[in-house]
Write a protein that binds this ligand. Structure first.
Ligand code: LLP
Length: 432
């Protein structure tokens, strides 16, 4: 059987040299030997370069800042990673009290935090208001009223933005598309003006912004422009009614290359959006961007070891020690991740499905991959920095893997491997 050859993604921090894969200056095989597998490995250089490219694209040629990057930490919220971004100047986009606690733990300025999410609890709203976040992005009228009630109790003001559901098709996987009217996200376009009118009348609410986020892994600029135009129409209408908007939050969602995808160049992308904002007469608005995947996706790999090669009548299986528990994206979205042998071998190539040990037929990591490998070899699953570890689970009582950050010739454990006993330490059996 011949399989289609898909190019490898562009990677800033990982490279193959003379048949050996490296994370920056360290052979991946050395990391596997020292820290075991499955293992998440991140490159500080790749994170830094991705952030700096994004941030540079937010500044015009005269040095004037046109937008600010608020890293969507849901993509990868390890403290070392968010600390790196904080030190580079990033703000953050949060979606839970847990993410707020992480941001505060690394000393993020509360005024650099926007708090989004469709179902924030009264507790989470309280924590956000007490911390003094820049803005709470509101997803329904019911939530707006709840925020007003919480702020009344706390005797404080609540800075808010309403998340517009612009009803545009981001042309991505249905599970990661969020801007269509049948998605649960945001306030329906035709209800937004009324929601702002109500917000302006609520005693504790300060209207500061407007936001939208249409989906993830988007590889064209057109749906962003469609959404932007619709949002700017609302801003113009609100101005006529005396409701001033100070910032415009365009969400995240810019795709990365997993192999065949061609996301737009970051500078062209931001220029197109920011020029449109200026051309429509809204150049005075502060613009917030919330990238997640595009800052970390290609800055991480998942290392795994081949346990068994299992030939079959229909399929050959390569059974590895990572599973859907470590990287859920293939099982959940049929997502493609390139998989490479960490060391080149002179053995016969065979086409395999790469699968994990979990008791589910959906537990696969790659399909129809032609690889020259033997049992005991190491594989690197590429582009695993975003929505990898953060979506890991303990299903089948599997401990979560360790996470390592490589910086040049040095490797740092940024999360220790879980022990099996950690997994049930907080469980108890009934008294006899
Ligand atoms: N802002 C908001 C309001 C979001 O909901 C998201 C992602 C982002 C920003 C960041 O989007 P990004 O730049 O990372 O595309 N688990 C899925 C992706 C879910 C995205 C959820 N929201 C996956 O593995 O593909």
């Amino acid at each position: 059987m011949t399989t289609k050859v898909i190019p490898l993604p562009d990677l800033a921090g990982f490279s193959e040299r003379d048949g050996y894969w490296y994370a920056e200056e360290i052979p991946l095989a050395d990391l596997a030997k020292e820290f075991g597998t499955p293992l998440y490995v991140y490159s500080k250089k790749a994170l830094t370069e991705a952030y700096q490219a994004y941030d540079r694209a937010c500044v015009d040629s005269a040095g004037k800042r046109r937008a600010r990057v608020h890293y969507a930490m849901k993509a990868n919220s390890n403290l070392a990673i968010i600390d790196c971004f904080k030190k580079l100047g990033a703000g953050f986009d949060l979606v839970s009290g847990g993410e707020l606690a992480r941001a505060l733990t690394v000393g993020a300025d509360p005024k650099s935090l926007v708090f989004a999410g469709v179902g924030k609890s009264a507790n989470e709203i309280t924590q956000a208001l007490q911390a003094g976040v820049k803005c709470i992005n509101v997803e329904s009228i019911a939530e707006l009223r709840q925020i007003n009630r919480v702020a009344t109790k706390l005797q404080c003001r609540a800075p808010i933005s309403l998340r517009v559901n612009p009803d545009v098709d981001a042309q991505t996987h249905p599970y990661i598309s969020t801007g269509l009217k049948d998605n649960k996200f945001g306030i329906a376009y035709h209800e937004v003006l009324n929601a702002y009118r109500e917000a302006a009348l609520l005693s504790q609410i300060d209207v500061v912004g407007i936001d939208c986020h249409i989906g993830s892994q988007i590889t064209t600029t057109a749906p962003y422009l469609d959404a932007l135009d619709k949002v700017l129409e609302l801003v113009a209408q609100l101005k006529k009614e005396g409701i001033e908007i100070h910032h415009l939050d365009l969400g995240g969602g810019l795709g990365i290359s997993y192999g065949e995808d061609h996301p737009p160049d970051i500078t062209e992308f931001t220029n197109t959006l920011l020029n449109r904002v200026a051309d429509r007469g809204f150049g005075h608005l502060d613009v917030v961007l919330e990238p997640g995947r595009s800052l970390v996706g290609n800055a991480g790999v998942l290392l795994t070891q081949v346990e068994y090669l299992k030939p079959g009548a229909e399929k050959n299986f390569c059974i590895v020690d990572a599973a859907m528990t470590e990287l859920m994206r293939p099982a959940l979205y049929e997502a493609y991740h390139a998989i490479v042998p960490v060391e080149t071998r002179t053995v016969k190539s065979t086409t395999y499905d790469i699968v994990g040990p979990v008791c589910e037929s959906g537990d696969w990591l790659g399909r129809d991959r032609t690889l020259a490998i033997e049992e005991g070899d190491l594989l690197a699953i590429l582009s695993a920095g975003a929505y990898g570890f953060v979506m890991a689970s303990n299903y089948n009582t599997r401990p979560k893997p360790a996470e390592i950050m490589v910086d040049g010739k040095n490797a740092f454990v940024i999360r220790a491997r879980e022990n099996i006993t950690d997994l049930f330490v907080s469980e108890s059996i009934l008294p006899s």
